[in-house]
Design a protein around this ligand. Structure first.
Ligand SMILES: O=C(O)C[C@H](O)C(=O)O
Length: 503
């Protein structure tokens, strides 16, 4: 009987979570590189290039590839003949491993979990608790699959109870079309079909652990009806033209993964979970022979890409003297290099600002003439000004946009993904602008941040308001002062082009 020591279990979970925070799986890099080489849309190609360069920087620097270091999902399969030498339960062991990994002094990961989700939503400060699923299997080993799942892609999980005669493919394509870009394409779509409502969602999550092999599948051809469906969905989703970061382009998904299970004759449960560019998961086995070890990928797995950072192709912007007149000259799709000071703020800060305004209280920060960056950064280590600090989904801030522009003096915003009509109307009304940085390129973005200091709402942890001083921070104009949106123009154009090429 294999005897697994408690500390080997905990240390293996901690090491694995550290490992996946900075190493992308090789299959994702290979498929993303193929997408980069194929991409014809300039904006989408640049976004994929940034994700690949960022991935290499994270691997070299051992810093998180994305500032959203995720919620820990653990699937623990305990062999009936294995013995884990502990008085704790499996969930506690996973949580202890997560705590160690997220509080690691050399590479602290971001604490994103809030307790009491309905009311106080206080940050637990160590990213626990994890979501733990335990099963009992034959054998004398313990096999653990860990995933650190980002909030932006998890937010776009969907479920439908279809009729048995309905087309699952049509539902999936319609659903992905409506997701927008908050899940940070290009990535994968995990599907679970059958079982019960809860099982379909679980299978959709587990499908994302399977190897990414769409390029091989396309080459060898389908060997089953499931593989035929995967190819159909891969082609139809990419034909939507959504593209990297929703900018319009050829690749929205690099693969579609599928699990199925027998179901009731009356039912067709379908779960859909997208996986963003921060594709972090790993499986290892404990056999009583010490903690698990993890083999780093070879740097040769990453393509060598030089990003275009010359001022010839980008407008330089001084944030400290920025005026509405200057903002009015920006055009959708234009590249900007920002220098100077900006403020940060995301979900919890916006809610608190709105509540304070409603109560007539003065704000602790003056937003007049300022630009806000929607971000929750990772804490700094060594000589970093701040840790990885990529954008968060701006769409969640839409409902606060009119208030921020009308009542605080704010003149522009930076985030990722599309804005809804409510926010676009507010932007046009106030002659403001919305800029985007590339989601999933957090290390790269943080290179432009020279100084960072918390200026308000310290109790919100990573959701506090910071002031960043940036130098040549690359962004793209996503909604201009006239209310034109690249997230509408780009996908519409690439959908047309892809359809024309198919005729
Ligand atoms: O929490 C974040 O930093 C980002 C989030 O995962 C998002 O994609 O909106």
């Amino acid at each position: 009987m294999a005897v697994i020591r408690e500390d080997d279990f905990v240390a293996s979970v901690a090491d694995a979570l550290q490992f996946i925070s900075y190493y992308h799986p090789a299959d994702y890099i290979r498929h993303l590189t193929a997408a980069y080489e194929r991409e014809e849309s300039t904006a989408a190609k640049e976004a994929i290039a940034q994700i690949l360069v960022n991935s290499r920087m994270a691997a070299i620097g051992h810093r998180p590839m994305c500032q959203d270091t995720g919620v820990v999902n653990a699937f623990v399969a305990v062999g009936l003949e294995a013995r884990v030498e502990t008085k704790a339960c499996i969930e506690d062991l996973v949580n202890e491993g997560a705590r160690r990994a997220y509080l690691d002094a050399g590479n602290p990961l971001r604490a994103s979990i809030v307790a009491d989700p309905l009311f106080s939503r206080g940050n637990t400060r160590d990213n626990t608790p994890a979501v733990v699923h335990t099963s009992v299997v034959p054998g004398d080993r313990v096999t653990i699959t860990l995933m650190a799942k980002g909030g932006g892609s998890e937010n776009k999980a969907r479920f439908a109870m279809l009729n048995p005669s309905d087309s699952v493919a049509d539902w999936v394509v319609r659903t992905v079309e409506a997701l927008g870009a908050g899940w940070c394409p290009p990535g994968m779509i995990g599907l679970g079909v059958g079982g019960s409502a809860d099982m379909a969602m679980l299978m959709a999550k587990q499908a994302l652990f399977e190897p990414i092999d769409m390029q091989d599948l396309l080459q060898r051809g389908p060997a089953s009806k499931e593989e035929e469906l995967r190819i159909e969905l891969y082609r139809r989703i990419n034909a939507l033209g959504i593209g990297a970061q929703g900018l319009g382009g050829l690749t929205t998904v690099v693969d579609v993964k599928l699990r199925t299970h027998p179901t009731h004759a009356a039912s067709m449960p379908v779960g859909l979970i997208p996986q963003c560019a921060a594709n972090r998961h790993i499986t290892f086995t404990l056999d009583g022979d010490g903690p698990a070890t993890f083999t780093p990928p070879a740097l040769a797995d990453w393509p060598q890409i030089a990003l275009d950072r010359t001022a010839d192709t980008a407008r330089r912007v001084d944030l400290d003297t920025l005026t509405r007149a200057e903002i009015a000259r920006w055009r959708p799709g234009e590249k900007l290099l920002l220098s100077g000071r900006l403020l940060t703020g995301r979900d919890a800060a916006h809610k608190r600002i709105a509540d304070m305004k409603a109560r007539g209280e003065p704000l602790p920060v003056d937003f007049t003439g300022r630009v806000i960056y929607y971000v929750g950064p990772v804490d700094a280590v060594g000589d970093e000004a701040v840790g990885p600090a990529g954008p968060t989904t701006a769409t969640r801030m839409d409902k606060f946009t009119e208030m921020m522009l009308a009542e605080t003096g704010l003149i522009a915003m930076i985030g990722k993904a599309e804005r809804g009509q409510e926010a676009i109307d507010a932007i046009a009304r106030h002659r403001a602008a919305y800029l985007i940085a590339v989601g999933g390129s957090a290390v790269l973005v943080s290179q432009a941040i020279r100084q960072a200091r918390r200026v308000a709402f310290e109790d919100l942890g990573m959701e506090a308001i910071y002031e960043f001083t940036v130098e040549d921070m690359p962004v793209t104009v996503a909604v201009d002062a006239a209310g034109q949106s690249v997230h509408r123009l780009g996908p519409a154009e690439w959908r047309r082009r892809i359809a024309a090429a198919a005729d």
